[in-house]
Every structure is written in structure tokens, then in C-alpha cells.
Ligand binder design. Structure first.
Ligand code: ASP
Length: 316
């Protein structure tokens, strides 16, 4: 039987056990496990890898703990602008959106772009217009409001700083117990097809229409049956310059590295040299998985047809 598996992440950064309460830790673990179960159920029923990653991401986007969809961080202007991307490794089709507002599940909009448009990447108002035309679910601003995100933003809004969701950068007290993040999923289905998806609110206090790596095909999200499916999380500017997700694929395709070797090269060598804090999850068409990060922690989990199930936060 073709092995099938699913890996998810909920962001990487300075996630330290001492900063966590047992209740919050439990909430994260449960949130990750719910997302794993939703995507895994799709695979078990014979669904596609793209539908599995979408199902996992929707659960994470609906969870206020994570910086995506409902839990997205505030921009400099005090609104939420969300990014998402999805890629199907079986045919290299992809869909992505950036700077969308009021879309309940940006990953559904990205999938709509992939399946029902002639385009790959839509932005801002145009992407929102497309959402309305396709009947994608919208929500009012209040739906996306959370006090701790607002407080995070208030501490930064009068400065030129922007921050990675999990990283203190002088905000220890404020960020304490609130280290949340971008979400991603990669899957390998019963047909041996793989897919990747990533969704984010970006970085707190971002401005000028800043776009991170998450919705950029090849930077934060990439899938190709020949090599791997990758979803990244971390300091997006560096991941863009490193073309991080596609770099893993290239190392596998042209240098013959295994998934884990290629990810190690990019996360622990290249990104470290470039001072790019973060990590990524990956899968190949044989169902092998890897989760790697150079930060203190990464919310992550995996489940496969061999019966393995793992959810973790810190570097163990
Ligand atoms: N990579 C995301 C961005 O730069 C942030 C994150 O992963 O938390 O927008």
C-alpha cells in the first residue's frame, strides 16, 4: 500500500517552555491535533493531498491561537491583511492570495484561484472581488478581533518596528504566553500525490502592503511530486531571498539529496548564514516527512498510515 501522511505547523520562533502555562500549552496541542485529524480524515477516505492540506489549514485559520485567518495579527494601520497559498505537486498548479481582508478562510480563496481562475496570484481588492464572485465566506472586522493581537500591535504601532509573531524583540512581557503563528500543512495521499499550503496574517505592524514568503510560490510554499512539498514559517524577507521552499526541491532534484538532508541544508546552513530565523515542514511522494527549525521552537505535528502521531512545540 502507498503510505500516506500529513504534517502541519503553527509557526516558529522564540517559543520557550518557561513562558508557557500548562493551560495554554494544552490549548496549542489540542489545536494542532484537531487540525491533524481533519486533514488525516481526508487522506484516510481516499481524498486528495490538496484537499487534506486545505482541511487542516481551515481548522488552524479558525483557531484564534494561530496567526492566520481569524487570529491574524494587526498591520500598521490596525487592520488584518492575510496571505495564503496552495500548490498541487501532481500537476504543479498553484493558487495564492495576498493582502485579503474579511475572508474567513484565505486558504479556500487560494484554492479557488488554483481551481477556478486562469491565474496564480491575486492581491488586495482584486482578490477580495474574486472571493465575492466565487461565493467565498466573508466575516465582519469584529470576527477577526482579539485583545492580545491588539495589544501586541499597540506596543509597536508608533514605531517602525515589525515583529515575527513568536519573537520577543523587547516585548517579553507583552508576548509572554502569546507566541502564536503562521500555519502550514503538507500531505501525501493514497495515490502518492503531494501538496503544500500556507496561511498567515504576516508580521505585526507590517506596512506599505508588505508581503512575506508564505503566499509566494517557491519561497514559503512549494510542491512537486518529483521531489517534495514544503511549507515554511519564519522571517519572511529572508525566506524570500533564500527561495527557501524551492531550494529544498532543487537540492533533491539536482543533487540527489533526501528530503531530510535537503531541508537540513536550507534550514540549518543557508538560512542560519543569512540570519533567517524559522523552520519548515516537508514531505515526499513516498510519504517520508521532516520538520526542521533553527528557532527555539516550532508548533508542529505529523500523522501517518503507519500509525505514528506526534505533536510538539519545543526543541526536544
Ligand atoms: N513567514 C511569515 C511572514 O513573513 C511569518 C511567520 O511565519 O510567522 O509573513
Amino acid at each position: 500500500m502507498q503510505p500516506y501522511s500529513l504534517v502541519i505547523h503553527g509557526g516558529a520562533g522564540t517559543i520557550i517552555k518557561e513562558d508557557m502555562t500548562p493551560e495554554l500549552e494544552r490549548a496549542y496541542i489540542n489545536g494542532l491535533q484537531d487540525a491533524l485529524n481533519a486533514g488525516y480524515a481526508v487522506l484516510e477516505e481516499g481524498g486528495t493531498a490538496t484537499n487534506a492540506v486545505k482541511a487542516s489549514i481551515v481548522v488552524l485559520e479558525d483557531n484564534l491561537l494561530f496567526n492566520a485567518g481569524r487570529g491574524s495579527v494587526f498591520t500598521k494601520k490596525g487592520v488584518q491583511e492575510m496571505d495564503a497559498a496552495i500548490m498541487d505537486g501532481s500537476d504543479l498548479h498553484a493558487g495564492a492570495v495576498t493582502g485579503v481582508r474579511n475572508v474567513r478562510n484565505p486558504i479556500e480563496l487560494a484554492a479557488e484561484v488554483m481551481h477556478n481562475s486562469n491565474h496564480v496570484f491575486l492581491s488586495g481588492k482584486g482578490a477580495n472581488d474574486f472571493a465575492i464572485k466565487q461565493g467565498i465566506k466573508l466575516e465582519p472586522d469584529e470576527f477577526f478581533f482579539s485583545q492580545f493581537r491588539y495589544d501586541q500591535w499597540k506596543a509597536l504601532r508608533d514605531s517602525d518596528n515589525y515583529s515575527l509573531d513568536h519573537t520577543h524583540q523587547g516585548l517579553e512581557e507583552l508576548m509572554k504566553d502569546k507566541k502564536l503563528g503562521t500555519v502550514g500543512a503538507v500531505a501525501c495521499d493514497k495515490q502518492g500525490n503531494i501538496a503544500a499550503a500556507t496561511s498567515t496574517g504576516g508580521m505585526t505592524n507590517k506596512k506599505y502592503g508588505r508581503i512575506g514568503d508564505s503566499p509566494m510560490i517557491g519561497a514559503g510554499t512549494y510542491a512537486n511530486n518529483k521531489t517534495c512539498a514544503i511549507s515554511c514559517t519564519g522571517h519572511g524577507e529572508v525566506f524570500i531571498r533564500a527561495v527557501a521552499a524551492h531550494d529544498v526541491s532543487s537540492l533533491m532534484e539536482y543533487k540527489g539529496l533526501s528530503l531530510a538532508e535537503a531541508m537540513h541544508e536550507v534550514v540549518q546552513v543557508k538560512l542560519v548564514q543569512m540570519e533567517g530565523e524559522g523552520g519548515m515542514i516537508g514531505i515526499d511522494a513516498k510519504g517520508n516527512v521532516s520538520m526542521q527549525f533553527n528557532s527555539a521552537g516550532m508548533y508542529r505535528g505529523m500523522r501517518n498510515s503507519a500509525g505514528e502521531n506526534f505533536v510538539g512545540i519545543y526543541k526536544d
